[in-house]
Design a protein around this ligand. Structure first.
Ligand SMILES: Nc1ncnc2c1ncn2[C@@H]1O[C@H](COP(=O)(O)OP(=O)(O)OP(=O)(O)O)[C@@H](O)[C@H]1O
Ligand SMILES: [Mg+2]
Length: 457
């Protein structure tokens, strides 16, 4: 990759000296004032900028330079800015570094020293990029089956990795379809109990009168039809993990019995007088608000404290930054493979729709919609329509190519720039990193109305 350097310098003599100094090894752009410097920054995305602090209209001072420094770092915080100050101007150099400049250089120009300083800035930029890349790669969920990119889910994964090897009772809360069961299994898989059973029971799915014997088992003859003794779920999880799903729906009477089990670690089979010791790690989940259940008298507060030694609150998909798309991509890949359509990809309108839709049913809803889409999609593209998601953008044509994608993105960016600048063509062009004539050509091409009175503005 060629190294790009932006030189911001108003003195033509120094401009050509610096160009001469660097243009052999670097791709050099020169700007002589703030506006064109920002335009060049947007256009070239240089890793390093040398910035003369004394720029017009304040060539003798540093106000314009500081203003520009601030803007560069706001627009592109990773850019390394080397400020160039007048001789003896230590004070401003120090101030600039305090503001975020990576280094400074004092005139008069010495080619060797300046080259050294600039190369060092490039090396720094490159090292930082490598670090970011490594951090990004190491920072995925890294737990089998869990796809996540959002800081919220990554934090939950890190907590889960710490909690899993212990025996603490863990409560997982979150809306339907957010992955509570998936996390419960991950806790088991990452624990020393991994080779022992994982026994799950859904407290909401079993009628109240059966739940007790399901959980605790029963002795022969303890009720009509009990022709044989049977182990309950808790016993069958011995040595492993017991997952009590939808614990919020457990009937009050059983809550008392469960509490006793959690305190004593023994089970009383129905109809038995001999408590049986059981070693299990307990994980619970619920989509209900347990605090509220406690207030309304439907859940025992003492049981709540027992089961929530650690609580993992799983956020809804719409609250996770960036997760919807990565999960959707991963589902499209796996469900597409199942459907014998391994090369499906989302169209641009589908991507927009996935990112903006609220996903009230979370990942479970995504699975349903994507499964449908893998069946419905024509060609290789899955559209918002295939997902049954509506999208503000006009429906995509069936064959999207890169040019169309680019054009749509261009149109959107131009519209945005025009609105941001109040339809000032010169400012909008600078914001986009293009010349004014180019902007006029593009607005012609896309038939974008450039007058502020345009309807819909
Ligand atoms: N982050 C994720 N990455 C990949 N798949 C996920 C993720 N989260 C959930 N899933 C998948 O979505 C489906 C629903 O997840 P799960 O059953 O764990 O949710 P839940 O919170 O228990 O939902 P419910 O309240 O409906 O029981 C499962 O098939 C699960 O594998
Ligand atoms: Mg569940």
């Amino acid at each position: 990759m060629t190294r790009k350097l932006l030189i911001v310098e108003d003195d033509p003599g120094l401009q050509s000296q610096m160009r001469w100094c660097f243009s052999e090894d670097l791709e050099v752009t020169v700007a002589s004032e703030r506006e064109s410097a920002l335009a060049a920054l947007r256009r070239e995305e240089p890793d390093v900028v040398t910035l003369d602090l004394g720029l017009p209209p304040d060539p003798g001072g540093a106000s314009e330079g500081f203003k520009l420094l601030e803007e560069i770092l706001r627009l592109s915080p990773m850019t390394k800015v080397v400020v160039v100050t007048g001789r003896e101007d230590k004070e401003n150099a120090v101030k600039a570094v305090g503001m975020g400049a990576s280094d400074f250089y004092q005139k008069p120009l010495d080619a060797d020293i300046l080259t050294f300083v600039v190369n060092r800035a490039f090396r720094l930029a490159e090292l930082e990029r490598e670090n970011r890349e490594l951090a990004r790669r190491g920072n995925n969920a890294n737990i089998k089956g869990i796809v996540a990119a959002s800081p919220q889910m990554l934090a939950i994964c890190r907590t889960l990795e710490k909690v899993a090897p212990t025996d603490v009772t863990t409560l997982i809360t979150g809306e339907t379809g957010t992955g509570k069961e998936l996390l419960a299994r991950a806790i088991h898989d990452l624990s020393p109990r991994v080779d022992k059973p994982f026994a799950a029971i859904n407290c909401a799915a079993i009628p109240e009168n059966l739940l007790e014997s399901e959980l605790f088992g029963f002795e022969k003859g303890s009720f009509t039809g009990a022709t044989q003794a049977k182990k309950g779920k808790i016993e069958s999880a011995n040595g492993g993990t017991l997952f009590l799903d939808e614990i919020g729906d457990m009937p009050m009477a059983l809550q008392a019995k469960l509490l006793r089990f959690l305190q004593e670690r023994v089970v009383d089979r129905v109809g038995s007088v001999n408590p049986i010791p059981v070693d299990v790690r307990v994980v619970c989940a619920t989509h209900r608000d347990v605090r509220q259940l406690i207030d309304s008298g439907e859940f025992r507060e003492d049981l709540y404290y027992r089961i929530s030694e650690i609580t993992l609150d799983v956020p809804a998909v719409r609250e996770r930054e960036g997760d919807a798309l990565v999960i959707a991509q991963s589902l499209l890949k796996s469900l597409g493979k199942n459907m014998d359509r391994p090369n499906l990809a989302f169209s641009e309108d589908a991507i927009n729709a996935i990112n903006t839709y609220a996903w009230p049913g979370n990942v479970r809803e995504m699975i349903n919609k994507i499964k449908r889409a893998t069946i419905m999609a024509d060609g290789k593209r899955v559209t918002a329509d295939d997902l049954e998601l509506t999208c503000e953008e006009p429906a995509a044509p069936s064959h999207i190519n890169l040019r169309q994608v680019r054009e749509r993105a261009e149109r959107q960016a131009i519209n945005q720039a025009l609105h941001t600048t109040g339809f000032n063509m010169a400012q909008a062009a600078r914001l986009l990193g293009i010349t004014r004539p180019t902007l006029y050509n593009l607005t012609d091409k896309y038939q974008i109305d450039t007058s502020a009175e345009a309807p819909g503005v």
